[in-house]
Every structure is written in structure tokens, then in C-alpha cells.
Design a binder for this molecule. Structure first.
Ligand code: SF4
Ligand code: FES
Length: 175
């Protein structure tokens, strides 16, 4: 089977932040923890500033590399002239301790709003998300316990606070 690249415009959801040769897209409801982006490129992902994503502060390829570490699909990118993001093969499903199922691959996800094409997603397994089938961080607010999986601190993407988003806008909705 050949590996396919979902078209950039299909993956590009949310607000756009344009830098030199790269545009980063951020979809706030899909962001449920703080870390991989901020830790990977603190000069680009700056939760205390506005805009919180300053895509021009690093080389385009490096920005793309860090965006690909976002496990929830809250972040995507479009490089000027490509290439687009290739889905991981084989598809992997990783239960996160006390959290969602982290999935990476060539994904077609059925949602109440229709079919969503994805390469990365965090799916709710506590049953309490307000954005099903996606995790929205509610598991942390309600103290849901799974009893197994990969600990967030071991993956390097733990929450600083229950349900906190990378842009620091959990309560205000600001971007
Ligand atoms: S903090 Fe949010 S945007 Fe950043 S890597 Fe995690 S889920 Fe993605
Ligand atoms: S697993 Fe995160 S909201 Fe259900």
C-alpha cells in the first residue's frame, strides 16, 4: 500500500499564523495540554504573548518538525512549496494514563460535523468530552482515572493544570 499525504488545505484548520515559508494553524478546542510545542520551540510558541505563535522566529522546517509532535492535531502546518505532512505508518494507538487515546496515522474520523481527515488525534475515552470524539481536557478536570497507559510525564507532554491549553486561554478563549 502506498503512503498518502492528506491535502494541506484539508488539515489546515483553525487560526493561521504565518512566518517565513511556513504557516501554522491552531485549532484551540483540540489542544488539551501544554508542552510539546512550547518545549520544542519556545521562541515560536509563546503562551504569554500575543500572537502566541510567532512562526517567523525559527526556520520553516524546524517549525514543521515541532508541529508534528503535537499529539492532538491542534497544530498543523503548510510549508511554502511543500511537502505536506505524511501520516505515520503503521497507524499507532497509545492509551495515555488518565487521558485520551493518542492516535497517529492516516485517519478518517467520523464526527457529528462530518468526516474529518487527520494525521494526529487524541480521542476521548473518559466519556465526558464536550467535543467528542476528540478529547477536550475534561478528563483532567473531573479527575478521571484510567488505571493504565503511558504517563504524560514520561511522554513529556503533561498538563501544567487541569485542561490547560498551550495558548494559556482556557478561561478567556483568547488566542
Ligand atoms: S500544547 Fe496543545 S498545541 Fe501544543 S503540542 Fe500540546 S496539544 Fe498541541
Ligand atoms: S479523555 Fe480527555 S475528555 Fe475524555
Amino acid at each position: 500500500m502506498t503512503q498518502t499525504t492528506p491535502p494541506d488545505d484539508v488539515l489546515a484548520r483553525g487560526k493561521a499564523y504565518t512566518g517565513d515559508g511556513v504557516t501554522v494553524y491552531y485549532d484551540p478546542p483540540r489542544c488539551v495540554h501544554v508542552a510539546n510545542c512550547v518545549r520544542g520551540l519556545p521562541e515560536v510558541f509563546r503562551p504569554r504573548e500575543r500572537p502566541w505563535i510567532q512562526a517567523g522566529n525559527a526556520a520553516a522546517e524546524r517549525v514543521a518538525e515541532v508541529v508534528r509532535t503535537c499529539p492532538t492535531g491542534a497544530l498543523h502546518y503548510v510549508l511554502a512549496g511543500g511537502p505536506g505532512e505524511l501520516p505515520d505508518r503503521p497507524t499507532t494507538v497509545t492509551p495515555v494514563t488518565d487521558g485520551p487515546l493518542a492516535i497517529r496515522g492516516d485517519l478518517v474520523i467520523q464526527t457529528p460535523g462530518g468526516e474529518v481527515r487527520e494525521v494526529r488525534a487524541a480521542l476521548c475515552r473518559c466519556g465526558a468530552s464536550g467535543n467528542k470524539p476528540f478529547c477536550d481536557g475534561t478528563h483532567a478536570r473531573i479527575g478521571w482515572r484510567s488505571g493504565g497507559g503511558t504517563a504524560p510525564e514520561e511522554r513529556g507532554d503533561d498538563h501544567p493544570g487541569p485542561g490547560q491549553r498551550a495558548d494559556g486561554a482556557r478561561e478567556s478563549g483568547e488566542q
